[in-house]
Design a binder for this molecule. Structure first.
Ligand SMILES: C[S@@+](CC[C@H](N)C(=O)[O-])C[C@H]1O[C@@H](n2cnc3c(N)ncnc32)[C@H](O)[C@@H]1O
Length: 339
């Protein structure tokens, strides 16, 4: 499904910030101005260098977002097939990258389904793939999407607005034990049980409907210490769960690797340790040629050996990039080349 330009509603928060209620959001971040107002791409030069785009090469950008990485790959002459599960990202980047004609194709899909997308386009093998995991600045900054604890909005957090489960569904319908597990496992939140118990008490009075309802419950259970907002980890955990982020990443690493031609390159940018651990483990397990265990008489060849690591250590943003783009502070880029 190739998505045409669409118009977007302007939220009450936009109006209160003095933005024109008549202006479509896409034109506020006109493609002519690049994607800076939408999302500033992280590690752009490093990513492009590792993917080695060239005319005639086909690269999959699994996380199109504002299209910044795709644009750099297209400028280097590659053909780019891009996916994003957010229709707003597809519409924005499609307009922004229209000048590249049929060298650029955007499909609304979960990157875990990239194989099916490539099949539909008749592409058997690709020369490179990029995943720049997580949410875009545009998604976080839009209060009506419910990703931010700093602005009030519906407790939603779906990257794909037609997804089956919202954050409000999880918060209002899960048991205290399941909520605590979720905050602990996906947020590494040490006050997970206290926060879950407080949510259950608060929702008995009335369901939690907004981001600020959730923030208030978290603050009651875990008052602010230091600079990090107490709701940070709870919001991260819910976002990961609502969007099935870790499952999508695990499945995409295997399915996309299978579509890379020999010599093809795979680059992945992550923003927190849970995701980075998955990527690191995946590449390590497939770039180790020989396996050895104390109980084996001799080392055995690894049947999964298929990659050469291009980044023995993750690439991180320079200080200059970090001060230009604070989001880059936690970014880790890992890449590998198919043998
Ligand atoms: C960090 S942004 C990508 C920014 C982009 N690289 C750029 O230069 O503008 C992540 C994007 O990936 C999308 N996304 C996250 N998980 C996804 C998934 N499983 N399938 C498809 N898109 C996904 C989000 O909707 C978001 O637009």
């Amino acid at each position: 499904m190739i998505h045409p330009k669409v118009e977007f509603a302007v939220s009450a928060a936009d109006k209160s910030r003095g933005r024109s209620a008549l202006k479509p959001r896409a034109s506020r971040n006109s493609p002519d101005e690049g994607s800076k107002g939408y999302h500033l791409s992280v590690l752009p030069e490093e990513t492009v260098a590792l993917l080695a785009p060239e005319p005639g090469r086909v690269i999959l950008d699994g996380t199109l977002g504002g299209g910044g990485h795709s644009e750099a790959l297209l400028e280097a002459g590659a053909r780019v097939i891009a996916t994003d599960r957010d229709p707003e990202a597809i519409a924005f980047a499609t307009e922004r990258l229209a000048r590249f004609g049929d060298r650029f194709q955007a499909v609304r899909a979960n990157f875990a389904e990239a194989g099916e997308v490539l099949d539909r386009l008749g592409v058997a093998q690709i020369d490179g793939a990029l995943l720049d995991i997580g949410v875009s600045s545009r998604q976080i900054d839009a209060p009506e999407r419910g990703f931010s604890f700093q602005e009030n909005g519906p407790l939603d957090m779906r990257m794909d607005p037609s997804g089956p489960v919202t954050a409000a569904d999880l918060v209002n319908n899960s048991s205290a034990e399941d909520l605590a597990d979720l905050f602990w496992k996906l947020g590494e939140e040490s006050a997970s049980r206290r926060i879950a118990a407080q949510i259950v008490r608060d929702r008995a009075e009335r369901p939690l409907a907004t981001t600020f309802d959730l923030v208030h419950s978290v603050e009651k259970a875990s008052p602010r210490h230091g600079r990090t907002h107490p709701a940070t980890k709870v919001f991260q955990a819910l976002r990961i769960a609502v969007n099935g982020e870790l499952e999508a990443l695990e499945s995409a690493l295997s399915s996309i690797s299978a579509r890379l031609r020999p010599g093809g390159r795979f680059a992945v940018i992550t923003f927190h340790s849970l995701e980075d651990r998955i990527v690191k483990t995946f590449f390590k397990a497939r770039s180790t040629e020989w396996l050895d265990r104390p109980e084996w008489p001799e080392p055995r060849r690894n049947p999964d050996f298929q990659f050469r690591l291009l980044t023995p250590k993750p690439v991180v943003a320079s200080e200059a990039e970090q001060s230009r783009n604070p989001r880059a502070r936690s970014a880790k880029l890992r890449a590998a080349q198919k043998l």
